[in-house]
Design a protein around this ligand. Structure first.
Ligand code: UDX
Length: 429
């Protein structure tokens, strides 16, 4: 089937490539000429394990191509996926102007029946606006459908998430769109949840905020664990074994980051308010998350007495492992707070340092974890990259000025770290 993916950002590029890989004919459109040229050369503008190989394989097979022309994509495809960015405005509301622009261009280029599918995360009721705009700009051509097909991809495992999802959500307004979308997703072996458009839009918001809530919940529990001598890993295991709760997303740490959870949570609180509901529960989820990051700084300060002129080493900068994404990374909040208290920062991340330098030019970037530890008064592990699990911890300890170690993701065993001579703290243990 013929698919046009408009927006070759993270979601669009991964989804478009995977649609090609399951046998469809896909053209990815983006108005960023540099990006399209990069893709045409066989390079990819983001870091995602396996994506480059998959792009090249499908380009070679003739199933995947790139263009800057929406018209070209629209004319040749049945499915028009909108996967452009919806970045937060100052007030936290998503900026939907790119979606509007794309809808206008789709309308203007419409030549026959099409299914316009929202892939970007959008407020409930966006579907109605997309329909109105396409209709106006196509000079009242009404023979098209709008649908919502939210994505649940996680950075770092996006390809696998696309090809082996827990479910595929399809919000539709006609039988025809339902049948076509089911055919498009036929090669994907997963339950297909077919709903109306508004429900599909809400499923995305509700799922992301529920997962954020799980993380904040266990982070709040981690504070009680620290105060009562309990171990949050055991508590999470004990809770998570109950099938009704589930163990996933119960890892206490330094808070959630990334371009989805913080942004979507804020947006959903705003959407609820606009619909006349004060979603206080989610405001608490946000507050707990913020406090979890700042709490790490307080812990370090408690152990070192003063932070002024202290050298703090930071291991891991990306918002989570296996990505170079720095957007809303907890490391930024933590480092800025440490700097506010007068500390100087040395840091290392296996892949995100180029991006990190643009956000935090005023820290010392190191070649590896050992260089970070050299002369440091404390080290904080912020992102649990696999390579940190195999560190020569004795070497780390010996090179530090004071052996203070805050394990922000509970990677190490507290007893072992203490035996090695660290003044160690984890999160909630
Ligand atoms: C998320 C959703 O999982 C995905 O479905 C949606 O499409 C986009 O947003 P992503 O942002 O890539 O995906 O990362 P995810 O793996 O969900 O982690 C988000 C943040 O939560 C990270 O900062 C991670 O460190 C943190 N996290 C996750 C925890 O602190 N504890 C956990 O138990 C799980």
């Amino acid at each position: 089937m013929k698919v046009c993916m408009i927006g070759a950002g993270y979601v669009g590029l991964v989804s478009g490539t995977c649609f090609a890989d399951i046998g469809h004919n896909v053209v990815c459109v983006d108005n960023d000429e540099d990006k399209i040229n990069t893709l045409k050369k066989g390079d990819i503008p983001i870091y995602e394990p396996g994506l480059k190989e998959l792009v090249n394989k499908n380009v070679k097979a003739g199933r995947l191509s790139f263009t800057t022309s929406i018209r070209e994509g629209v004319e040749q495809s049945l499915f028009l996926f909108i996967a452009v960015g919806t970045p937060p405005k100052e007030n936290g509301e998503p900026d939907l102007s790119s979606i509007e622009k794309v809808a206008q261009e789709i309308g203007a280029a419409m030549n026959e029946y099409k299914i316009v599918v929202e892939k970007s995360t959008v407020p409930v009721q966006t579907g109605k606006w997309v329909r109105t705009v396409v209709e106006r700009f196509s000079r009242q051509m009404k023979d098209f459908d709008v649908a919502s097909n939210p994505e649940f991809l996680r950075e770092g495992s996006a390809i696998d998430d696309f090809l082996h999802p827990d479910r595929v959500v399809l919000g539709v307004e006609s039988k025809k769109a339902e049948e076509k979308l089911l055919e498009l997703y036929k090669p994907i072996d997963a339950p297909k949840i077919v709903t109306d458009i508004a429900s599909a839009e809400l499923i995305k918001h509700a799922s992301n905020s529920f997962l954020s809530m799980k993380i904040s919940f266990i982070n709040a529990i981690s504070i009680l664990c620290e105060k009562s001598g309990a171990d949050v890993l055991k508590v999470a295991e004990g809770m998570g074994t109950d099938k009704r709760i589930g163990r996933a997303f119960l890892n206490a740490g330094l808070g959630f980051g990334g371009f989805c959870f913080p942004k979507d949570l804020k947006a959903f609180i705003g959407i609820a308010a606009k619909l006349g509901y004060d979603f206080g529960l989610l405001k608490e989820v946000e507050r707990i998350n913020q406090e979890q990051m700042l709490g790490a700084v307080a812990k370090i300060e408690d152990t070192l007495w003063n932070l002024r002129d202290k050298k703090i080493g930071v291991l891991g900068l990306a918002f989570k492992p296996n990505t170079d994404d720095m957007r809303f990374a907890p490391s930024i909040t933590i480092i800025k707070e440490l700097q506010k208290h007068g500390a100087t920062i040395k840091a290392y991340d296996p892949v995100s340092m180029t991006r990190a330098k643009t956000v935090m030019p005023d820290i010392e970037y190191c070649d590896d974890a050992y260089q970070v530890a050299q002369g440091a008064d404390a080290v904080i592990l912020v992102t649990e990259w696999e390579e940190f699990q195999n560190l020569d911890l004795k070497r780390i300890r010996d090179s530090m000025r004071q052996p203070v170690f805050l394990d922000g993701r509970n990677v190490f065993e507290p007893d072992k770290m203490k035996e090695l001579g660290f003044i160690y703290s984890g999160v909630g243990r």
